[in-house]
Design a binder for this molecule. Sequence first.
Ligand code: GTP
Ligand code: SPV
Ligand code: MN
Length: 603
Amino acid sequence: MKDIAPAISFPAGLGENKPENQAVLDWVREVELLARPDNIFWCDGSARENEFLLDQACRQNVLIKLNEKKVPRSYLHRSNPNDVARVEQFTFICTPTKEEAGPTNNWSDPAKTYSKLQGLLKDAMRGRTMFVIPYIMGPPDSPITKVGFEITDSIYVVLSMRIMTRMGAVAIHRLGPDPKAEWNRGTHSLLDVDPARRFICHFPQDNAIISVGSGYGGNVLLSKKCLALRIGSYLARKQGWMAEHMLILGVESPTGRKHYVAAAFPSACGKTNFAMLIPPRHFKGWKVTTVGDDIAWMQIRDGRIYAVNPENGYFGVVPGTSYRSNPNAMKSIAHDSLYTNVALTDDGDVWWEGKNPDGSGPPHALDWRARDWTPDSNEKAAHPNSRFTTPMRNNPALDPDVEKGDGVPISAIIFGGRRSDTLPLVFQAFDWEHGVYLGSTMASETTAAATGAIGQVRRDPMAMLPFCGYNIGNYFRHWLNIGKRLTNPPLIFNVNWFRKGVHGQFLWPGFGDNMRVLKWIVARCEGSGGAVKSPTGWLPALNDLDLEELEVEHKCIVELLGIDHKEWQREVAEHKKFFDSLGGVVPEELLKQREELEARFKI
Ligand code: GTP
Ligand code: SPV
Ligand code: MN
């Protein structure tokens, strides 16, 4: 299977959706003169166009059509084995000064970077088709919605962007003819998919992104991490809103009271699963609905935070997804979906580790690299970062207000990471400023979502370490300033689904049972849930959590809620090390929070 494919020819009436905005036309012409594609396909996002491009992608061996009876209208894509995840070491923020990018980003000089990328893009699309994708991020009638255009020479990117964004006429309409209107210019080329020529570059001042040398996920679906988070966070600070790596869910109690909650967990740490949670049997009458599974754009109105999901689909982790762990995801990806880097069974179905709750699997399959695989194989059939791309409308638990332009009011913000020790199952910040401190010092074990070592604890403030498009110190300051504008601030919590016992096993069952934690959070928002004060924040006492029908040993729960002073002293020292490593950009308030935390452990 291929990423790079030759130019396609297309019939009249397709590929002709040119906008009237001169600024867009000029930019496309400029890239055309540089990259020299054989032809240009202006996408309109229609069903007819999609059918045509799917058919072309199959002919070009970019996609394999799956068994129509097993997974209707769905396709498999295999990326280059050297190109299976985000590449943080090749991701750059190109601001005029290094200081604007800050201590946590790779910086490179804009003029030099443009010139290097132009060199790489020269003639890069010869023999290929250049697609132009108009799209919007956010509901069509939202004041917060942004317009983007992505140029790409990958048909897989076009087909993915049609699922992940609202694409076509809606964007051209939103942009209008004004050549000064705000829109993002995203340029992507596969080049030759060589890691030595792979760069994901952001120019926040120009609202521009250039990505070369990759064909995978967040590196190339420029709407997602590049626009909605890196450029988005930069615009958000300038314009007084927030762009965050957060899921958004609705939770309704049996009495019909509904709250919305936003949660920031790092990549592959449970956002999609939490956003699609199905409460255990005991929680009759409770309902969880999904607004978004990865990104939240939040505004302040009347002293409250309101959030929209800027995306239109889910690009979710496949391994571990089953009818036991996440039935809503399984139903979502049962049709009209793209699969990337999973295994292909002999009957044209897809398979991955953890698909069947009983641990079973096919006797033979082709693994994610198209090599023969049997249950005796030493390697995984699906890549650990294999992903589904599926329209959010496939989700049976989609929230009815997902299209609401004003967004949904947020009652609670949750931070969480993958921590085998130290961090309890859940606790609540004393106030907004303390909550910002919890977010700014959160840490998580690294996962397969980015290339590099897996399982190493690293600080990942607000789950934004790889996604904050400017100086992290100013980002913390922005969070503190937002708090000052709120008269009805969300309560802030920290959760950890991943604490392990002495034998290395997870102490908490997670998934649907996370409802038990969510119920306590909602109770705290309503002023009814009990808690005890600890040095780290408000902790639920054992009987504050609804543990009815939970088959977990009492001593595990005690361990999950425990605060080990030795471990925490080490943790607070790590906070200091992290703040020190940022070289003086951390706001005074947060340094003070750290000292107070340290002092609380000494008493
Ligand atoms: P990105 O799309 O990379 O941002 O990831 P995400 O935060 O949406 O993570 P996702 O929900 O896809 O989960 C990632 C992995 O964590 C999967 O392998 C899940 O099976 C696993 N996981 C999710 N929730 C839980 C949980 O509550 N407990 C445990 N033990 N594992 C979980
Ligand atoms: C993440 O890594 O946080 C993702 C996947 O959501 S990607 O779109 O590849 O960034
Ligand atoms: Mn993510």
